[in-house]
Design a protein around this ligand. Structure first.
Ligand code: FDA
Length: 407
C-alpha cells in the first residue's frame, strides 16, 4: 500500500461506526471455538481468515481423523515460560467438556492410546460441528479475507480486510496460530500484531518436529523406515513411545515429544530396550553363551537396527567369551544411546510452534492483554505448547472458550 492509500484507508476507517462486538482473526481451532461461544452469548461476531476454508489444520490432523483431545490433559503437559498460565482455562473447559460437545453431534470417536481421542470417521466432522456452533451464534464467517491493517482508537479496533472492507469492534481476538506448516496458510502474523500493540513475544521455535542427525551418523540414517518402541529423553523429560529412523534423522512420537524440550547443541538419549530388566545382557550370556550380541538384540529389536547397534557396540563373537563388565557397559550404552542432533526439520514439518505471544502480558482467566483492554490472544499464537496427542487442540478449545466468554 502506498502512503496515499494508507492515509485514505485511515480516513475512511475513522468514519466507520462499530460494526461488530468482537472481531476474531483466524478461523482455526481456537478462533472457531471462541467465535461460537461469543456468538451464542449474543455478541455480534466477525470471524476472518485468509485461507479459502476454515479449520484446515483440523482437517489434516491426526492423519485425517483429528486427535481432538486427551483425557490426561493437565497443565504439566504444556510448555510455557509461564508454566501456570494454562491452568485456569484448562480447568474451566476440560477434555470431557469437548467430548460432550462431540457426542451431542453424534460424532463417533475412540480412544487410540494414552488418552488420545480420535474421530472414527473424518476430521471434517469436527470442522462441521464448530461451524454449526458458529451458525447457532449467528457468527459472520469470512474466508479468503486477508487482513491489511489493524488500528485502535476511541475504544475500537478497526480491521481492514478483503481488499477494502472495514470492520470495527471493541474486542479483537488474535487467533491466527503459529508459523508451523506455512504451506497450510500458517503465518507469523499473530506476533507482528502483538508487537504492534506492545505485547512481548517469546522466541518462536519449531516443536513436535523430527530431528536431523549429522553425517557421521550415516549408519543410523540408512535405517530409514525402521520403527521401534523406545524411551527417549531430553534432559530430565522422557517419553515411552515409538521412534522412527528417517533418511534425515529421527522421528516418531517419542522423538516429536522430546523435540519440544530439546535445545540446539544438546543430546537426546534413547533407551532401545526400555522393557528390559537390569542385568538382562549378563543373564542372556548365562542362558545362551553361544549366542552373539547381534542375535540377542535381534530378538528384541528390528533386525536392521540390531545390526547397526551390534556393530557400533563392537562386542564380536559369542557372549560367553565377553566379560560381565563389558556386557554391563554395553547394556548401559543401549539403555542411554546418545545422539547429538544437528537441527530439526523446521517449521515446514513442525506440528506446532513453541513460544509465541508472552502469556505474562495476558490474563489467564480471559486471555485479554493486561495493558491493551479489548485485545485477546488464544490458541497456538500464545506461548503455550502441548505434548503430542490431542493436547494442543484442547488448549485451542479451552483458550477459545475463555476468550469467547469474555469478549
Ligand atoms: P490454527 O493454525 O488452527 O488456525 C489459525 C488460522 O489462522 C488458520 O485458519 C489460518 O489460515 C489463519 N491465519 C493465519 N495467518 C493469517 C493471516 N495473516 N490472516 C488471516 N488469517 C490467518 N493437535 C492436536 O491436538 N491433535 C492432533 O491430532 C494434531 N494434529 C496435527 C497435525 C498436523 C499436520 C499439524 C500441522 C498440527 C496438528 N496439531 C494437532 C496441532 C493443531 O493443529 C494446532 O495446535 C491447532 O490447530 C492450533 O489452533 P489455532 O486455532 O491456534 O491455530
Amino acid at each position: 500500500m502506498t502512503r496515499g492509500e494508507l492515509a485514505s484507508t485511515a480516513l475512511r476507517m475513522s468514519f466507520v461506526p462499530q460494526t461488530h462486538d468482537a472481531i476474531i482473526l483466524g478461523a482455526g481451532a481456537a478462533g472457531l471455538m471462541c467465535a461460537a461461544i461469543a456468538g451464542q452469548r449474543g455478541r455480534r461476531v466477525l470471524l476472518l481468515d485468509h485461507a479459502p476454508e476454515v479449520g484446515r489444520k483440523i482437517v489434516i490432523s491426526g492423519g485425517g481423523r483429528c486427535n481432538f483431545t486427551n483425557l490426561h490433559t493437565a497443565p504439566d503437559r504444556y510448555l510455557s515460560q509461564n508454566p501456570h498460565f494454562a491452568r485456569s482455562a484448562l480447568s474451566r473447559y476440560t477434555a470431557l467438556d469437548f467430548l460432550a460437545l462431540v457426542e451431542r453431534y453424534d460424532i463417533a470417536w475412540h480412544e487410540k492410546t494414552l488418552g488420545q481421542l480420535f474421530c472414527d470417521g473424518s476430521a471434517r466432522q469436527i470442522v462441521a460441528m464448530l461451524l454449526a456452533e458458529c451458525a447457532k451464534g449467528a457468527v459472520e464467517v469470512r474466508c479468503e479475507a486477508p487482513i491489511s491493517g489493524v488500528t485502535h482508537g476511541d475504544g475500537l479496533f478497526a480491521v481492514s480486510h478483503s481488499g477494502g472492507a472495514e470492520a470495527k469492534a471493541p474486542a479483537l481476538v488474535i487467533a491466527t496460530g503459529g508459523p508451523s506448516i506455512p504451506k497450510m496458510g500458517a503465518t507469523g502474523f499473530a506476533y507482528d500484531l502483538a508487537r504492534q500493540f506492545g505485547l512481548k513475544v517469546v522466541q518462536p521455535r519449531p516443536a513436535l518436529v523430527p530431528l536431523t542427525l549429522p553425517a557421521e551418523e550415516a549408519l543410523f540414517r540408512e535405517l530409514s523406515g525402521v520403527s521401534t518402541p523406545v524411551r527417549a529423553r531430553s534432559g530430565k523429560v522422557g517419553f515411552d513411545e515409538a521412534a522412527l529412523f528417517t533418511h534425515r534423522g529421527l522421528s516418531g512420537p517419542a522423538i516429536l515429544q522430546v523435540s519440544s524440550y530439546w535445545q540446539h547443541g544438546e543430546e537426546v538419549g534413547i533407551d532401545f530396550v526400555p522393557e528390559a530388566d537390569a542385568g538382562w545382557l549378563v543373564a542372556a550370556k548365562r542362558a545362551r553363551p553361544k549366542a552373539s550380541l547381534r542375535r540377542v538384540l535381534e530378538e528384541a529389536l528390528p533386525s536392521r537396527l540390531a545390526d547397526v547397534l551390534a556393530e557400533r557396540v563392537g562386542l564380536a563373537g559369542d557372549l560367553g567369551n565377553v566379560g560381565d563388565k563389558a556386557l554391563a557397559a554395553a547394556e548401559a550404552r543401549l539403555a542411554d544411546w546418545r545422539f547429538r542432533p544437528d537441527g530439526s526439520e523446521g517449521f515446514a514439518k513442525a506440528e506446532v510452534t513453541a513460544g509465541g505471544i508472552d502469556t505474562r502480558g495476558l490474563s489467564s482467566k480471559t486471555m485479554e492483554a493486561v495493558k491493551v483492554p479489548g485485545l485477546y490472544a488464544i490458541g497456538e499464537a500464545v506461548d503455550v505448547t502441548g505434548w503430542l496427542g490431542g493436547y494442543n487442540f484442547q488448549w485451542a478449545w479451552a483458550s477459545g472458550v475463555a476468550a469467547g466468554q469474555a469478549v
